[in-house]
Write a protein that binds this ligand. Structure first.
Ligand code: ADP
Ligand code: MG
Length: 469
């Protein structure tokens, strides 16, 4: 049964349970977007409609959709603004079928013949690259380059993008190549990796066909070479690239390079080549922050057809710490488990996936889950006693041992800053202490926090663990 039929049958059932007016007001434009792993995702035309659905109809929808598809366990909602402007989704209680919504701005990729474009993956585009603070400059420059006609004067030539593993360099290079191919179907866009380039040169030398190899690269309107750090120690290849570089630059052809470090730190590459790589514009990409990570997760999940509840997006975003390739691994595993077990992913099942990938990592609770973790002074006492491995009774007691006194004062400052408690209230929560004791204690730790970096770090870490920024 396809999803339109599932939704049509569900609506049929719902329409008999509520008034026609209610039904028309709230369900008219709601659309079933996805069925996956025991969950359905409903698109709602407005934020208000979504909130209303969530608060009032969620369980009713679940009960009725289960009558159609018994394996459904969860109902999720998202706002889909496109629905607001379309005519009714389900006129006269759902007869008309809806054409699948086209994804915005997904360019088709056409490959120029005879070039290496076959290794360019169509799924990497500049449109589905999520822009955050850490990558927006690199993305903007790539877009500007992609939008410059191949025979125009180049502003950023060469462009050199550097950053650690899994931070989007290949995505940007291939996305730029895809956009260039789309805009200039007859141009010769060569994307290659330094490794392939090296293999080409080695083969050219071995088969005495260097002329053909040289010609191939000199033909490029745009040459993109990924991971040039790989050229370290490959002397012959470096000379060839040096010569190709000079020729292409003379002809005003655009070049883009990527590497895991800036040109000045490349090892075992001749100076005249590294200096040329840095002649144009050098930009870096860094690990994105929480919000950007979350947006990337949403985009990838959508591309893979997985529905993730918001808490899980938070949980994954919090725990992807080193590089975004991990993210692809995690989502792939979720998708495989979904296929095998048919169950919606949960925080436990995803935590297991993380542990299987990085057994040594401590997992952090998702951001949402953490917020408001400290609801009262007792929570802070429990947290601190756990953090410093001290019994809670020491924290509310009167021991003058230095580390106990400091832990206690840190607990007070957190009560003050997170819970906004008064000195009196804190004193009461910590075994009936006088408010002046609390005030002096907080002053003391406040001062230490400015001079002692260990104390400052503890407070920072505790606040972070408690979901406070
Ligand atoms: P690198 O080449 O720097 O090692 P990749 O380009 O291969 O990294 O990126 C690793 C994964 O992360 C890819 O799946 C890529 O699509 C994804 N990725 C990285 N940055 C972004 C971003 N800003 N938006 C969307 N996906 C991203
Ligand atoms: Mg790469």
């Amino acid at each position: 049964m396809d999803k339109n039929q599932v939704w049509a049958q569900t609506l049929q059932k719902i329409s008999t349970k509520i008034s026609m007016m209610e039904f028309h007001t709230w369900f008219k434009k709601v659309h079933l977007k996805q069925i996956s792993g025991g969950a359905i995702l409903l698109g709602c035309p407005t934020e208000m409609n979504k909130n209303w659905m969530e608060n009032k109809y969620q369980s009713m929808i679940l009960i009725n959709v289960k009558k159609v598809l018994p394996e459904i366990e969860n109902v999720f909602f998202e706002v889909d603004l496109a629905l607001a402007s379309t005519p009714e989704q389900n006129p006269e209680v759902f007869v008309k079928k809806q054409a699948p919504r086209k994804l915005p701005n997904r360019p088709e990729t056409r490959s120029a013949t005879g070039v290496e474009s076959r290794i360019i993956q169509p799924q990497f585009t500049l449109q589905n690259f999520i822009i955050g603070e850490e990558t927006k400059f690199a993305h903007a420059v790539c877009t500007a380059i992609a939008e410059t006609a191949v025979n125009e004067v180049k502003k950023y030539n060469p462009l050199y993008i550097h950053g650690g593993v899994g931070l989007g360099k290949t995505h940007l290079l291939q996305g730029t190549a895809n956009e260039l191919l789309r805009r200039n179907p007859n141009a010769v866009i060569i994307y290659t990796t330094a490794e392939r380039f090296t293999n080409d040169i080695v083969k050219g030398i071995a088969t005495r066909k260097m002329d053909a190899v040289r010609k191939k690269y000199r033909k490029a309107d745009v040459l993109l070479i990924d991971d040039v750090q790989f050229l370290g120690g490959k002397n012959q290849t470096q000379i060839e690239l040096f010569n190709t570089f000079n020729d292409l630059r003379d002809m005003q052809k655009q070049m883009i390079f990527s590497a895991d470090r800036p040109p000045s730190q490349l090892e075992n590459i001749v100076d005249r080549l590294t200096s040329r790589l840095g002649w144009g514009l050098i930009v870096d990409v860094r690990m994105p922050g929480f919000e950007t990570k979350k947006a990337i997760i949403q985009e990838k999940a959508r591309e893979m057809g997985i529905i993730l509840p918001p808490e899980l997006e938070d949980f994954i975003a919090t725990n992807i710490r080193r590089n975004l390739r991990e993210l692809e691994n995690v989502l792939n595993k979720i998708s495989i488990e979904l296929e095998i077990s048919g169950k919606s992913p949960t925080e436990q099942s995803v935590a297991k996936i993380f542990r299987s990938l990085n057994p040594d990592d401590d997992l952090l609770a998702g951001n949402k889950g953490k917020q408001g973790l400290a609801k009262g002074p007792d929570d802070i006492i429990t947290f601190i006693s756990d953090y410093f491995h001290l019994p809670a009774t020491d924290l509310i007691g009167t021991s003058r041992k230095k580390e106990i006194v400091q832990a206690r004062q840190i607990a007070w400052i957190l009560c003050k800053e997170i819970l906004k408690m008064s000195y009196e209230a804190i004193g009461k929560a910590f075994g009936g202490k006088n408010h002046t004791t609390i005030m002096h204690g907080i002053k003391k730790i406040q001062k230490l926090r400015r001079t002692d970096s260990t104390i400052a770090r503890h407070i920072h870490a505790l606040k972070k663990d408690l979901g406070v920024r």
